[in-house]
Design a protein around this ligand. Structure first.
Ligand code: UT7
Length: 329
């Protein structure tokens, strides 16, 4: 019988653009205010890419940091997966642009589209590749340039999102000896497909002057519906990940940074104290697929990931989709 290959997170990295956009920016263009945004979302500011700065540029910075922290060279990579809904192009994948720039000549590369659940989905995919013996070194990235898809005439969605990238290098646990991925989960409910979407630009409704004039190429969110779904699913994913483990072993929950109130409600269900929850939504807003890996890397840098303790990743997003991971750090 072949030996089961355990998988570890060998290194992480992240990047956010320099341009800080505070809530006052939206006061000038929408009927909104700083107090409403802070109270209803927990967001104080977010980052937007500069003109000429692309999603793949952010991927590269985060990826290089993760590779350095893992002690892995680009040539050693077998696979690069980029989770994004805002890649540089509709085609080719952003992963191929990253592969070229890194000089990762031996890596396969593709993108994953699972919106805010994207990074955790890609992490589970990378884990499966290594566990099955098909890859040894996998680079997983979550990155978004959502500022390019904001409808600045819609106060219900424009204030929510920000840009950034986070990355992780996965290896057999026997090689890196770090952060073992104990389990992952994945789910979808396509019934809710139209709660977060971009109506045009796909094959059903290709972009025309008319679709652009109607702002159909920009993000639309049914906030109330997503809110209800999010509290329920985020709580459920956390429960699933912790099932069979003692809460005393929990080091940190790293949730998708969607809304402070959603995070609070989800962790309250499990009576998890606030100091065991990583939150940086105040600084970056919702960076979709980038939110969990940025938060994970910042938690690591801040010394909040204790050796031997459990780390839970919990995300959900458009699709509707959800994904979770349990890691023993
Ligand atoms: O990662 C997945 C993508 N993220 C999401 O889908 C977001 C999930 N949803 C949420 O975070 C929250 O539902 C929102 C922050 C979007 C909205 O918060 P809420 O507490 O659910 O507000 P609401 O939609 O129930 O709206 C309450 C009021 C409405 O006014 P009326 O109808 O009561 O007069 C909205 O029009 O707040 C109004 N409103 C705003 N007011 C000031 C909505 N957006 C704003 C705004 N500024 N930016």
């Amino acid at each position: 019988m072949s030996e089961i290959i355990k998988v570890g997170v060998a290194g992480t990295g992240s990047y956010v653009p320099e341009r800080v956009v505070d809530n006052a920016f939206f006061e000038g263009i929408l009927d909104t205010n700083d107090e409403w945004i802070r109270q209803r979302t927990g967001i104080a500011e977010r980052r937007f890419v500069a003109d000429g700065q692309e999603n793949s540029d952010m991927c590269l910075v985060a990826a290089r940091e993760a590779l350095e922290n893992a002690g892995v060279s680009p040539e050693e990579l077998d696979l690069i997966v980029v989770a994004t809904i805002s890649g540089d192009y509709q085609m080719p994948s952003t992963a191929c642009l990253v592969q070229k720039e890194l000089g990762a000549a031996n890596a396969g590369a593709f993108d994953v589209q699972a919106a805010c659940s994207g990074f955790v989905t890609a992490l589970g995919l990378g884990e499966a590749y290594i566990r099955s013996g098909r890859a040894k070194n996998v680079l997983v990235i979550g990155a978004e340039a959502l500022s390019r898809f904001l409808n600045l005439e819609d106060r219900g969605s424009a204030i929510l999102f920000g840009d950034g990238a986070g990355a992780a290098v996965l290896q057999p646990h026997s090689v890196c000896g770090k952060a073992e991925i104990l389990k992952t989960t994945l789910g979808a409910d396509g019934e809710g497909w139209s709660h977060i979407w971009i109506p045009s630009g796909g094959s059903k409704r290709p972009a025309t002057a008319n679709t652009v004039a109607e702002r159909e190429h920009l993000i639309r969110v049914n906030g109330r519906e997503v809110y209800r779904f999010a509290v329920h699913r985020m709580g459920e994913v956390i429960g699933q990940m912790m099932d069979g483990y003692d809460q005393q072993e929990l080091g940190l929950i790293v949730p998708h940074q969607v809304n402070q109130r959603i995070i609070d409600a989800a962790v309250e269900r499990h009576e998890i104290p606030g100091d065991k929850v990583m939150v940086n939504i105040d600084k970056y807003g919702n960076t979709s697929a980038a939110s969990v890996p940025i938060a994970l890397h910042e938690a690591q840098q801040a010394g909040r990931l204790e050796d031997g303790k459990l780390v839970v990743l919990a995300a959900f997003g458009a699709g509707l989709t959800w994904a979770g991971a349990l890691i023993r750090w």
